[in-house]
Design a binder for this molecule. Sequence first.
Ligand code: BEZ
Ligand code: FE
Length: 296
Amino acid sequence: MAQYNESTVTRAVLDSLANCKDARFKAIMQSFISHLHAFVKEVDLTESEWSDAVKFLMDTGKSSTPNRNEFILLSDTLGVSMLVVSLAQARKSETLKGATEATEATVEGPFYWQGAPDVPLGADVSTGMPGEPALYCGRVTDIEGRPLAGALLDVWSGDGDGRYDVQLSDPPVMKGRGRLRTDSEGRYYFWSIKPTAYPVPDDLTTGVMLRRMGRKNWRPGHLHVMVSADRHVPLTTHLFVANSPHLDSDAVFAVRNSLIVDFEKQPPGKALDGRVMEKPYHVANYDFRLAPAKTA
Ligand code: BEZ
Ligand code: FE
């Protein structure tokens, strides 16, 4: 006769996977069950704390929509998204020669919008957003520094007030987004604004959790970039504005030192790409390095 109590139940649950045919799923579930039971024992979880946690997860699910997945925000603010991204890049670098020298990846975040307009080099993707103008430029190369011609950059950011287009109107109108390709020498350049720090949404369950933990919900100013090229591992990353507030306290733990970029302030005049600027602007120079994709 089975006898379940705090000493025997963990073993019994683990043994219940004996007939699981999917080895990877079995390993994940056994580890998950072991850690979950150990956590419940460690904090000596009470029945009311357990039902509060269940209600919190129910509310998180109920408040999620296709455009606003509160579970992803929960994962982001608990550092799980960043952990998964970092492990993925480390895993690729074990199997791909030299890939440790690729540009570091970071979280995608919830504001990527597929289908940004294709724009030529030198275009201004800010489409009238408030903010200080910034020229973004640099090269896309492989990890040996060889230029990657025709590499695709898909960029997006909030405006100079820290708000994304998707937060400004319903239905939203695309702003601050564009897709462009490097020239024959792997160079890219485009205009947008210098992004400012902004708070991640805190109106649903993640906000409740953050406030209860005594945490802030701010992110440092950053531009999002996806970079891809034939026969190379695609990269999703950010460029962080040097000296931005919250670089040391990013609510989603996505900052990496190698992604912090000086936005050098320039006086009005002719910019590097020949554009004549009537007011001061910034130049952010950054080279992206892509790892080679695994060959079959
Ligand atoms: C963002 O970068 O926009 C973001 C990332 C994670 C959670 C919320 C916002
Ligand atoms: Fe962002």
